[in-house]
Design a protein. Structure first.
Length: 98
């Protein structure tokens, strides 16, 4: 899975333009998806690795919106949000639940 997510192509800077790039990873949400090569930037979210069948981490997309709403960001896709929320930094700093 790591190889598919980190695939780099010398001909295509954008993963969605490369026919060999199959899996997209959104670190901001800890979310994996299969790229839909239709000329756009769409992907189908997946919860299991297509190769080994292992369960992937649960998406943090809903938690992202919930946390930002708690900080007063009701339209985070259209507002200036803290830099940590633009990557995996917002959840990477959390301590594991005991």
């Amino acid at each position: 899975m790591t190889e598919m997510v980190t695939h780099t192509c010398p001909q295509h800077a954008n993963a969605f333009d490369c026919p060999d790039h199959l899996v997209y990873y959104v670190s901001q949400f800890d979310e994996y998806g299969l790229i839909i090569h239709d000329g756009g930037a769409a992907f189908l979210a997946i919860v299991f690795c297509p190769w080994c069948g292992r369960r992937l981490p649960e998406s943090k997309r809903d938690l992202w919106f919930t946390e930002l709403a708690a900080h007063g960001f009701d339209e985070p896709l259209e507002q200036e949000i803290p830099d940590d929320y633009r990557s995996d930094q917002w959840y990477a700093k959390r301590s594991p639940i005991s």
